[in-house]
Every structure is written in C-alpha cells, then in structure tokens.
Design a protein. Sequence first.
Length: 266
Amino acid sequence: MKRRGLFLIIISLVLAVGAAWVARNWVQARMNGAPADPGQQVVVAAMEIPFGTKVEARHLSTITLPRNAAVGNHYAKVDDVVGLIALQKIISGEILLKERFADRAAGSTLAAIVKPDMRAVTVRVDDVVGVAGFLMPGNHVDVVAAHMENQRAQTRTVLHDINVLAVDQTASTDKDQPVVVRAVTLEVTPQQAEVLVKAREEGKIQLTLRNPLDKNSAPEEPEVVASAEPPKTPARKPRVTQPPRPANNGVIIIRGTNVHTSESAT
C-alpha cells in the first residue's frame, strides 16, 4: 500500500510539472508571436464645454479604446483641440468629434460660429422687442416690420425662422432665466441682411419667438392665374338715328291735340 501511494504521488508530480511546462510554452508563444494591442488614444471632455466656448487644455482628457472600436471622426491628441470653438454643447465624458468644433483662425469667437455664406447682424432691442428677455442663443425668431403710411400703421413679417446667435455679448446656451438685453445678433443671409437693415431704417422692428418644433416656412403668397380667354368687350347698344328735321319753311301751330304747319309768307 505504501509503495502504491508513493507511486501515485510521483505520477501526480510528473503530470503537474508537464502541465506547467506546456502552459509556459503556450504563453511564451503567444507573447512572441503577436504583441498585445496598445489600443487607440481618444480625446474626451473632462468637463462640460458650453456652446461657443474656446477650448482649453483643462477642458480635455484622454482615454484608450480598442483599436477596432469605431468612434467616428475623433481627435487623437489634446493639442489638436486646444484653441477650437465648440459649435455645440459638449457634456462631460463625451468623445470629441471634429464636426462639432470650428477653427477660430482670425477674428472673434462669434465669427467662428457663423455658418459659411451667412452673416451676423446685430439689432438694438428693449424689453418688448426682445420678447421680455426670453430670447436665448439658439432660439429662432421671425422679424416683423412696422411703419406709418398715410397716417396708418402698416405691418409685415419680413423674415422667417432666423437663428439667434447671441444676446448682448453672450453666445452661450447654458442659461435659461430671462435677462433683459440691449442687443440681439441674428444669423442671416446677405439678402436677408439688406431686408433687415431697410426695415429698421424705415420704421420699427419686432422679434417674435418661434416654437423650436415649428418648422413651417413663410406662408405662400396666393398665386394669380391668368385667364387664357381674351377679355370680353361689352356689347354696343344700337345707335338710334334721329330723323332729319324738315326745313324751317313755315310756322308750326299747335291747338290742343292738332298740329299743323302754315307756310310763311316770303
């Protein structure tokens, strides 16, 4: 019995050593054959970045993701993002994508926010024109123009669905409390800018706040359809010709219902 137990112990030790040797060779083969994937570095927001903010190094952080992870058009280096302007509100921990930022280049922060082929026009407002201070960057408004004509007020909506870029010197959308402002900057096309300036010079303008879900454009003008038929000319009344009067060679004598002509003596 003692020999049998010793024999079993020896066999167990041999099998354990063999298993350890096989496992060691397998691990070394894996390590030597294919190096571990270091992953890809991705820049994320270390804190919330408000709309229109110039990005600083303190706003950013990096994480490592598997190289085969699809994260979109992202940034790999912090230095590539520092100095850019956020075109949208970025939440903390969000992966930074290139389409959400603009290069400041030369000029102010507001200039980087304006879309290509668009213009920023500032109009002076008060607590009434500015919708009691409820206008915020990112809102959309209509512009109503008013002027006097023949001592009567005439009004007309000259611009529809205009984006508000900034109120006073603020382009951030992180506020939701009404603030009475003195100026509102609107994003318009060059043609709309001419209409806006003309309406402001001819009279007064009023901003009307739109619901963000309202995507209706300007109401269509009624279309005037020309008739294919030529206009009808009114029928002419028959002309009544008067009989020629007889030559005045006598005197007409009327007695009651009797009428006769007597020849005058020559």
